[in-house]
Design a binder for this molecule. Structure first.
Ligand SMILES: [Zn+2]
Length: 446
């Protein structure tokens, strides 16, 4: 046992967390003095019951003799935000494998599993498992997409989601997005789905699929379909969150069409585009044009690096030649808000994962070159998704905000990224989360 694993949070309603090293990207309105090479600063934080009552530069003379824990300059982060997940698909990997790891097979295997196995009980059991993993890892908010290809399935999944959201409200803030092929908005079902989403306080979504399935040119009527989605959302006051260009084919170029549609419709809500992989394989001039349009339209982007790495450029017996990720740096240079998120977990779209945003961040740094310098990278897992999905004070450390933290043994971002941080302490409402990761055997027989 090292000194970190022996740390005990004070058993008091009011106590100090002293000498916590916090990257300032997590500290809106907090002290920003004496930054280290990682853009982090040392603070003392006063916890009062469930809230952060004060944040001060470390070393200020104690104004009282409250109990304290001294972190000796270890990293403290807020609980993080996973703004793009698929809790309804999660953990089916043992019963429904992807035979070749390809995107096309993922779609087919998942559709078969959904048609045969997705009872309310089944969805609930796997969703719960995923949420328990996320909570133990220090995730405070999740936006999940819910497969909604037709009304019967959609009603079932959304009912489970609404119950789960209520049951988890005090632990994980949950949002949901309706996920259907964009073709749904060519039929009356589009309107029925929008009504279901509005009644469930959800977000409208869709997949800008290609005309020939996974790869190739866009649907001929993509513009009117996008207009329909935005009109349905506008009429109901909904935000929109789309799966866009999850493909390595440069002909998949829906992102610019989405941006143009947002401008054309003067859409007032927030539009998020997930994936945008093929943008990276388009000509430089086209990338610039598309991103300028996205910036003008106020579009936010979520990148899913672990799943892109798994699915994109996969071809049996051939080594992948690219990482599958969207041009994140070019987006950030234009002021486009970009978040990182986990996406699929243990399903045909991604065989791995554990709903752990610290793991997603550590991998994202490597896949997307978010380092050198590292300073602002962590914002993409906390404050940026918080602002994009409007998750209140979660994902930041702020005076008056919830006392929800992840305490690491690591002192620097390098130390944090090098090890998996399995010994992290997760604090919720000022108290250490004492539950453990669920055992895989709990999923036996699903
Ligand atoms: Zn997704």
């Amino acid at each position: 046992m090292n000194r970190f694993t022996m740390l005990q949070m004070p058993d008091a309603q009011r106590y100090w967390i002293r000498r916590a090293r916090v990257p300032v990207c997590f500290l809106p309105g907090g002290p920003k003095t004496d930054l280290d090479r990682d853009g982090a600063t040392l603070v003392d934080m006063l916890v009062d019951s469930e809230r952060i009552a004060a944040i001060e530069p470390a070393g200020a003379p104690a104004s009282n003799d409250l109990p304290a824990i001294n972190l000796e300059a270890r990293q403290v982060w807020p609980s993080l935000i996973d703004m793009h997940a698929h809790l309804d698909k999660g953990h089916i990997v043992a019963r429904t494998e992807n035979p070749d790891g390809s995107f096309a097979s993922a779609l087919q295997s998942t559709a078969e599993d959904r048609a045969k196995r997705w009872t309310a009980d089944d969805i609930k059991r796997r969703m719960e498992f995923g949420l328990r993993c996320a909570y133990v890892h220090g995730v405070a908010a999740i936006r999940t997409h819910l497969d909604s290809p037709e009304l019967d399935q959609a009603q079932r999944s959304w009912a489970v989601f609404r119950d789960t959201r209520a049951e988890w409200a005090d632990r994980v803030l949950l949002q949901a997005v309706a996920l259907a092929p964009i073709d749904a908005f060519r039929t009356p079902y589009g309107e029925e789905l929008a009504d279901l989403v509005a009644a469930s306080d959800g977000v409208l979504g869709g997949v800008t699929r290609a005309a020939s399935g996974v790869h190739g040119r866009l649907l001929d009527d993509i513009d009117p379909l996008l207009d329909t989605i935005l009109r349905l959302a506008l009429e109901r006051g909904l935000d929109v969150d789309l799966h866009v260009d999850e493909s390595g084919d440069p002909a998949a170029a829906a992102l610019a069409r989405v941006a143009a549609a947002v401008l054309r419709n003067r859409f007032k809500g927030r539009v998020v585009c997930g994936h945008c992989c093929s943008l990276a394989v388009q000509p430089e001039e086209q990338i610039c044009r598309t991103l300028d349009l996205c910036a003008e339209a106020g579009i936010a982007v979520v990148t899913l690096p672990t799943v892109n790495l798994y699915l994109q450029d996969r071809c049996s017996g051939r080594t992948p030649r690219w990482r599958g990720v969207t041009p994140v740096h070019e987006m950030r240079q234009r002021g486009i808000p970009v978040a990182i998120a986990g996406d699929n977990c243990r399903d045909p779209f991604h065989a791995y994962g554990d709903h752990d945003m610290v793991d997603t961040f550590r991998q994202a740094v490597r896949i997307l070159h978010l380092d050198h310098p590292l300073a602002d990278a962590a914002a993409m897992a906390g404050p940026l998704p918080q602002a994009i999905i409007r998750a209140g004070p979660l994902g930041t450390i702020a005076k008056g905000g919830p006392a929800r933290f992840i305490l690491f043994n690591a002192r620097t971002l390098n130390e944090l990224i090098c090890r998996p941080q399995s010994d992290r302490l997760v604090i919720d409402r000022g108290r250490q989360v004492s539950v453990e990761l669920p055992d895989y055997s709990e999923l036996d027989g699903i």
